[in-house]
Design a protein around this ligand. Structure first.
Ligand code: G4P
Length: 294
């Protein structure tokens, strides 16, 4: 689903999340494991403030496992508790509950010391569109509750979902906007399906994706499309080779680039080639950027 973010919508979304946050003990910040940097809301720290937080790297089934491990270490170094997750297939759900217990332990110990009766941990999920918030809520609830493709700004009565004995989850996720001002981030968001509209030109998205795979996994690219391009081949050569190999030609017998663009984006989005992580910790550290300062 396409969500158009305008300043007014952003302010409203932020207000709504801020309100929801008052009701919870901790926040699950849901990210796409293929783009943990690009799928973060740019103001997330200001919004969450010092509320205990768990970063969930979702869609781990589509990300490069070695890179996911690096991201896990990266977040740990920052003092943030990370969990990698595959909400679609229900992998690591138990770790989500454990993480919530861990990050709220201090608070609940304090409450217990004051003689207050133990109660369930209250949590909510926050993230940009399409990172898998509804899928995760439904998984944790063990039934279909959150409508996939929910809309920010549509108010509904909020309810608590019991997740085992220790956790209660708000049934409405907090939806925040992505970092779409940056062109490269925009391409990565599009390539992973976080944004499906035309903030960035689709041909540029396909070029970025193809060049990424050409650089990091050339053999797979060649094998997947039955082509034989070199590491140095310019992108137009890749498009021509793929178009010819797949018989994507227009009436005049020329390669139909539009169809190739669509094909490439669809296949990368659905991890048809393999598992790739487009945000690399190494590059972030090389640039000496702190993820929270961007
Ligand atoms: P949202 O609430 O954050 O907007 O996201 P939502 O749950 O609607 O999920 C967006 C898409 O991501 C869905 O696919 C969903 O199935 C998929 N997804 C969620 N978590 C995972 C995961 O861990 N791994 C994989 N591979 N996919 C995941 P869709 O194409 O929109 O729908 P459908 O194909 O499931 O019908």
């Amino acid at each position: 689903m396409t969500i158009q973010w305008f300043p007014g919508h952003m302010a409203k979304a932020r207000r709504e999340v801020t309100e929801q946050l008052k009701m919870v003990d901790c926040v699950f910040e849901l990210l796409d494991a293929r783009i943990p940097f690009s799928s973060r809301n740019p103001m997330i720290d200001e919004v969450i403030k010092d509320k205990p937080r768990v970063v969930l790297l979702n869609k781990m089934d589509m990300a490069d496992p070695r890179e996911t491990q690096k991201w896990i270490s990266y977040f740990e170094k920052q003092g943030i508790y990370p969990v990698m997750l595959d909400a679609k297939n229900g992998k690591n759900l138990d770790k989500v509950v454990k993480a919530a217990e861990h990050v709220t332990k201090e608070k609940f110990d304090r409450l217990a010391a004051k003689g207050l009766r133990p109660r369930a941990i209250r949590a909510m999920i926050v993230g940009i569109p399409n990172v898998g918030k509804s899928t995760l809520i439904n998984r944790l609830a063990k039934k279909s509750i959150a409508k996939t493709g929910n809309t920010p700004g549509v108010t509904k009565k909020q309810q608590w979902i019991k997740v085992g004995k220790v956790l209660e989850l708000l049934d409405t996720p907090g939806i925040l906007w992505p970092k779409f001002e940056d062109q490269l981030v925009g391409k990565k968001l599009s390539l992973t399906g976080a944004i499906k509209d035309s903030i960035v030109h689709l041909d540029e998205v396909a070029i970025y994706g193809l060049e990424f795979i050409q650089k990091f996994d050339l053999a797979t690219l060649n094998k997947h499309y039955y082509i034989d391009v070199t590491e140095e081949a310019p992108y137009i050569e890749l498009f021509d080779a793929i178009g010819k190999s797949r018989g994507m030609k227009n009436k005049g017998g020329e390669v139909d680039y539009e169809s190739v663009v669509e094909l490439v984006i669809r296949e990368i989005r659905n991890a048809k080639f393999g598992r790739y992580t487009f945000d690399r910790v190494d590059e972030l550290e090389q640039d000496n950027v702190n993820i929270d300062e961007v």
